[in-house]
Design a protein around this ligand. Structure first.
Ligand code: ASP
Length: 263
Protein backbone atom coordinates (compact mmCIF):
# COMPACT_ATOMS: atom_id res chain seq x y z
CA UNK A 1 0.00 0.00 0.00
CA UNK A 2 1.06 3.59 -0.53
CA UNK A 3 2.64 4.79 2.70
CA UNK A 4 1.56 8.38 3.15
CA UNK A 5 4.17 8.91 5.83
CA UNK A 6 6.86 8.46 3.18
CA UNK A 7 8.55 11.70 2.14
CA UNK A 8 6.44 12.98 -0.75
CA UNK A 9 7.88 15.69 -2.93
CA UNK A 10 5.15 17.87 -4.41
CA UNK A 11 5.22 17.60 -8.17
CA UNK A 12 2.91 18.28 -11.06
CA UNK A 13 4.81 15.90 -13.29
CA UNK A 14 2.35 13.03 -13.62
CA UNK A 15 4.99 10.63 -14.86
CA UNK A 16 7.15 11.29 -11.79
CA UNK A 17 4.17 10.95 -9.48
CA UNK A 18 3.29 7.64 -11.10
CA UNK A 19 6.89 6.47 -10.58
CA UNK A 20 6.74 7.59 -6.97
CA UNK A 21 3.56 5.64 -6.35
CA UNK A 22 5.09 2.56 -7.98
CA UNK A 23 8.20 2.94 -5.82
CA UNK A 24 6.26 2.99 -2.58
CA UNK A 25 3.59 0.47 -3.45
CA UNK A 26 5.15 -2.98 -3.39
CA UNK A 27 2.20 -4.48 -5.23
CA UNK A 28 3.11 -2.66 -8.45
CA UNK A 29 6.31 -3.69 -10.23
CA UNK A 30 9.14 -1.27 -10.91
CA UNK A 31 9.09 0.59 -14.19
CA UNK A 32 12.73 0.32 -15.19
CA UNK A 33 15.23 -2.22 -13.94
CA UNK A 34 18.54 -2.31 -15.81
CA UNK A 35 22.28 -2.66 -15.51
CA UNK A 36 24.03 -0.86 -18.35
CA UNK A 37 27.70 -1.83 -18.24
CA UNK A 38 30.70 -0.47 -20.10
CA UNK A 39 32.13 -3.92 -20.72
CA UNK A 40 31.47 -7.62 -20.11
CA UNK A 41 35.01 -8.29 -18.98
CA UNK A 42 37.52 -6.27 -16.99
CA UNK A 43 41.27 -6.83 -17.33
CA UNK A 44 42.53 -10.06 -15.74
CA UNK A 45 39.09 -11.38 -14.88
CA UNK A 46 36.48 -13.75 -16.32
CA UNK A 47 33.46 -12.98 -18.49
CA UNK A 48 30.96 -10.95 -16.39
CA UNK A 49 32.95 -11.81 -13.23
CA UNK A 50 32.91 -8.27 -11.84
CA UNK A 51 29.12 -8.03 -12.24
CA UNK A 52 28.11 -11.49 -11.05
CA UNK A 53 27.33 -10.46 -7.46
CA UNK A 54 24.82 -7.85 -8.71
CA UNK A 55 22.98 -10.13 -11.14
CA UNK A 56 20.91 -12.24 -8.70
CA UNK A 57 19.29 -9.04 -7.47
CA UNK A 58 18.63 -7.78 -11.02
CA UNK A 59 17.16 -11.10 -12.17
CA UNK A 60 15.50 -11.97 -8.86
CA UNK A 61 12.16 -12.78 -10.52
CA UNK A 62 13.40 -15.36 -13.03
CA UNK A 63 15.63 -18.39 -13.39
CA UNK A 64 15.78 -18.05 -17.17
CA UNK A 65 17.27 -15.10 -19.01
CA UNK A 66 16.98 -14.53 -22.76
CA UNK A 67 20.38 -13.78 -24.31
CA UNK A 68 20.60 -11.55 -27.38
CA UNK A 69 23.72 -12.78 -29.22
CA UNK A 70 23.21 -10.62 -32.32
CA UNK A 71 26.33 -8.43 -31.86
CA UNK A 72 28.62 -11.44 -32.51
CA UNK A 73 32.01 -10.17 -31.18
CA UNK A 74 34.78 -11.21 -33.55
CA UNK A 75 32.15 -12.77 -35.83
CA UNK A 76 31.49 -15.63 -33.38
CA UNK A 77 28.33 -17.71 -34.05
CA UNK A 78 25.12 -17.10 -32.12
CA UNK A 79 25.38 -20.56 -30.57
CA UNK A 80 28.98 -20.14 -29.45
CA UNK A 81 28.27 -16.71 -28.01
CA UNK A 82 25.23 -18.02 -26.14
CA UNK A 83 27.37 -20.80 -24.66
CA UNK A 84 29.74 -18.17 -23.19
CA UNK A 85 26.87 -16.26 -21.59
CA UNK A 86 25.37 -19.52 -20.39
CA UNK A 87 28.57 -20.54 -18.60
CA UNK A 88 28.73 -17.24 -16.72
CA UNK A 89 25.05 -17.30 -15.72
CA UNK A 90 25.30 -20.91 -14.50
CA UNK A 91 27.52 -19.54 -11.71
CA UNK A 92 24.48 -17.72 -10.28
CA UNK A 93 22.11 -20.61 -10.95
CA UNK A 94 20.36 -19.02 -13.95
CA UNK A 95 19.63 -20.57 -17.33
CA UNK A 96 20.32 -18.72 -20.57
CA UNK A 97 18.34 -19.17 -23.79
CA UNK A 98 19.53 -17.55 -27.02
CA UNK A 99 16.99 -15.28 -28.73
CA UNK A 100 18.09 -16.78 -32.07
CA UNK A 101 16.68 -20.17 -31.01
CA UNK A 102 13.10 -18.88 -30.83
CA UNK A 103 10.92 -19.16 -33.89
CA UNK A 104 9.14 -15.96 -32.86
CA UNK A 105 11.67 -13.56 -31.30
CA UNK A 106 9.00 -10.91 -30.70
CA UNK A 107 6.93 -13.34 -28.61
CA UNK A 108 10.12 -14.38 -26.80
CA UNK A 109 10.79 -10.77 -25.79
CA UNK A 110 7.16 -10.21 -24.84
CA UNK A 111 7.22 -13.27 -22.57
CA UNK A 112 10.72 -12.72 -21.14
CA UNK A 113 11.32 -11.98 -17.47
CA UNK A 114 14.97 -11.12 -18.03
CA UNK A 115 17.12 -10.17 -21.03
CA UNK A 116 20.89 -9.89 -21.46
CA UNK A 117 22.36 -8.31 -24.60
CA UNK A 118 26.04 -8.99 -25.06
CA UNK A 119 28.63 -6.79 -26.75
CA UNK A 120 30.22 -7.03 -30.15
CA UNK A 121 29.57 -4.86 -33.19
CA UNK A 122 26.84 -2.31 -32.50
CA UNK A 123 25.97 -1.90 -36.20
CA UNK A 124 25.38 -5.64 -36.53
CA UNK A 125 23.37 -5.70 -33.30
CA UNK A 126 21.12 -2.78 -34.26
CA UNK A 127 20.60 -4.16 -37.78
CA UNK A 128 19.51 -7.51 -36.37
CA UNK A 129 17.21 -5.95 -33.76
CA UNK A 130 15.44 -4.07 -36.57
CA UNK A 131 15.47 -7.02 -38.97
CA UNK A 132 13.85 -9.29 -36.37
CA UNK A 133 11.43 -6.51 -35.36
CA UNK A 134 12.41 -6.71 -31.70
CA UNK A 135 13.58 -3.12 -31.13
CA UNK A 136 10.08 -1.85 -30.42
CA UNK A 137 8.88 -4.75 -28.21
CA UNK A 138 12.14 -4.62 -26.27
CA UNK A 139 11.69 -0.88 -25.69
CA UNK A 140 8.11 -1.41 -24.46
CA UNK A 141 9.11 -4.31 -22.21
CA UNK A 142 11.94 -2.30 -20.65
CA UNK A 143 9.56 0.57 -19.94
CA UNK A 144 7.33 -1.97 -18.20
CA UNK A 145 9.98 -3.31 -15.84
CA UNK A 146 11.72 -6.10 -17.77
CA UNK A 147 15.03 -6.83 -16.02
CA UNK A 148 17.88 -6.12 -18.44
CA UNK A 149 21.64 -6.43 -18.51
CA UNK A 150 23.55 -4.78 -21.33
CA UNK A 151 27.28 -4.89 -21.83
CA UNK A 152 29.06 -2.66 -24.31
CA UNK A 153 27.07 -2.84 -27.58
CA UNK A 154 24.18 -4.12 -25.44
CA UNK A 155 24.56 -0.89 -23.45
CA UNK A 156 24.94 1.37 -26.47
CA UNK A 157 21.42 0.41 -27.51
CA UNK A 158 20.01 1.70 -24.20
CA UNK A 159 20.93 5.24 -25.26
CA UNK A 160 18.98 7.47 -27.61
CA UNK A 161 21.08 6.64 -30.66
CA UNK A 162 24.00 4.35 -31.47
CA UNK A 163 26.06 7.22 -32.91
CA UNK A 164 28.63 7.23 -30.10
CA UNK A 165 29.67 3.60 -30.47
CA UNK A 166 33.35 2.87 -31.08
CA UNK A 167 32.51 0.27 -33.74
CA UNK A 168 33.04 0.28 -37.49
CA UNK A 169 29.92 0.48 -39.70
CA UNK A 170 30.37 -3.02 -41.19
CA UNK A 171 26.65 -3.26 -41.98
CA UNK A 172 24.00 -0.60 -42.62
CA UNK A 173 21.21 -0.51 -40.01
CA UNK A 174 17.87 1.01 -41.09
CA UNK A 175 18.18 3.61 -38.33
CA UNK A 176 20.68 4.83 -35.71
CA UNK A 177 17.81 5.27 -33.28
CA UNK A 178 18.05 2.88 -30.36
CA UNK A 179 15.99 2.08 -27.26
CA UNK A 180 16.21 5.46 -25.52
CA UNK A 181 15.80 3.95 -22.08
CA UNK A 182 18.21 6.54 -20.72
CA UNK A 183 17.96 10.16 -21.94
CA UNK A 184 21.50 10.36 -23.31
CA UNK A 185 24.01 8.45 -25.42
CA UNK A 186 26.66 6.08 -24.14
CA UNK A 187 30.28 5.69 -25.12
CA UNK A 188 31.40 2.37 -23.64
CA UNK A 189 35.01 1.32 -22.94
CA UNK A 190 35.70 5.04 -22.52
CA UNK A 191 39.43 5.74 -22.84
CA UNK A 192 41.33 8.75 -21.55
CA UNK A 193 43.94 10.38 -23.76
CA UNK A 194 47.34 8.94 -22.85
CA UNK A 195 49.77 11.69 -21.95
CA UNK A 196 52.84 11.76 -24.17
CA UNK A 197 51.28 9.28 -26.63
CA UNK A 198 52.68 9.64 -30.16
CA UNK A 199 49.60 8.14 -31.85
CA UNK A 200 48.09 10.72 -34.21
CA UNK A 201 44.55 9.28 -34.58
CA UNK A 202 41.61 10.98 -32.84
CA UNK A 203 41.26 10.60 -29.08
CA UNK A 204 37.91 9.41 -27.79
CA UNK A 205 37.28 12.91 -26.47
CA UNK A 206 37.89 14.37 -29.95
CA UNK A 207 35.45 11.92 -31.51
CA UNK A 208 32.73 12.85 -29.00
CA UNK A 209 33.43 16.55 -29.60
CA UNK A 210 32.95 15.86 -33.31
CA UNK A 211 29.62 14.18 -32.49
CA UNK A 212 28.62 17.43 -30.78
CA UNK A 213 29.34 19.49 -33.88
CA UNK A 214 26.40 17.67 -35.51
CA UNK A 215 24.22 16.57 -32.54
CA UNK A 216 23.23 17.89 -29.14
CA UNK A 217 22.65 14.74 -27.06
CA UNK A 218 24.57 14.34 -23.80
CA UNK A 219 27.18 11.56 -23.96
CA UNK A 220 28.25 9.50 -20.95
CA UNK A 221 31.76 8.06 -21.31
CA UNK A 222 31.65 4.85 -19.25
CA UNK A 223 35.06 3.48 -18.28
CA UNK A 224 35.61 -0.29 -18.14
CA UNK A 225 34.46 -1.55 -14.73
CA UNK A 226 31.69 1.08 -14.50
CA UNK A 227 28.01 0.55 -14.96
CA UNK A 228 24.73 2.43 -14.66
CA UNK A 229 22.08 1.00 -12.37
CA UNK A 230 18.67 2.11 -13.60
CA UNK A 231 15.78 1.67 -11.17
CA UNK A 232 12.57 3.46 -11.98
CA UNK A 233 13.66 6.95 -13.01
CA UNK A 234 16.91 6.84 -11.00
CA UNK A 235 20.17 6.27 -12.86
CA UNK A 236 23.18 5.77 -10.58
CA UNK A 237 26.82 5.37 -11.60
CA UNK A 238 28.32 2.21 -10.09
CA UNK A 239 31.80 0.71 -9.97
CA UNK A 240 35.07 2.24 -8.93
CA UNK A 241 35.64 4.75 -11.73
CA UNK A 242 34.27 8.19 -12.42
CA UNK A 243 32.42 8.71 -15.71
CA UNK A 244 33.22 11.48 -18.16
CA UNK A 245 30.17 13.56 -19.09
CA UNK A 246 30.04 15.44 -22.39
CA UNK A 247 27.48 18.20 -22.77
CA UNK A 248 27.50 20.07 -26.08
CA UNK A 249 29.26 23.42 -25.78
CA UNK A 250 30.58 22.73 -22.27
CA UNK A 251 33.84 21.44 -20.86
CA UNK A 252 33.57 17.68 -20.15
CA UNK A 253 33.35 16.85 -16.44
CA UNK A 254 33.76 13.82 -14.20
CA UNK A 255 30.89 12.20 -12.33
CA UNK A 256 31.67 10.28 -9.12
CA UNK A 257 30.44 6.72 -8.48
CA UNK A 258 27.20 6.46 -6.49
CA UNK A 259 26.01 9.73 -8.06
CA UNK A 260 22.61 10.16 -9.68
CA UNK A 261 22.65 11.12 -13.36
CA UNK A 262 20.25 13.98 -14.17
CA UNK A 263 20.21 15.67 -17.55
N1 ASP B 1 32.48 -3.05 -29.68
C1 ASP B 1 32.02 -2.65 -28.37
C2 ASP B 1 31.51 -3.89 -27.66
O1 ASP B 1 32.27 -4.57 -27.07
C3 ASP B 1 30.99 -1.56 -28.46
C4 ASP B 1 31.64 -0.21 -28.58
O2 ASP B 1 32.82 -0.10 -28.28
O3 ASP B 1 30.94 0.76 -28.95
O4 ASP B 1 30.37 -4.27 -27.74
Amino acid sequence: MLNLKSPIKATFNTNKLFCFIRKYDNAIPMIKNLIIASTSTVYNSGYLAYLLSDLPDLFVDTDEVIFVPYARPGGISHDDYTAIASKAFSKIGKKIKGLHTFEDPVAAINNAKGVFTGGGNTFVLVSQLYKNKVMEPLRDALHNGLAYLGTSAGSNICGLTMQTTNDMPIVYPPSFKTLGIVPFNINPHYLDPIEGDTHMGETRETRIEEFHTQNSLVVVGLREGSWLRVQNEDIILKGTHTAQIFVKGEKPYELKPETLLHF
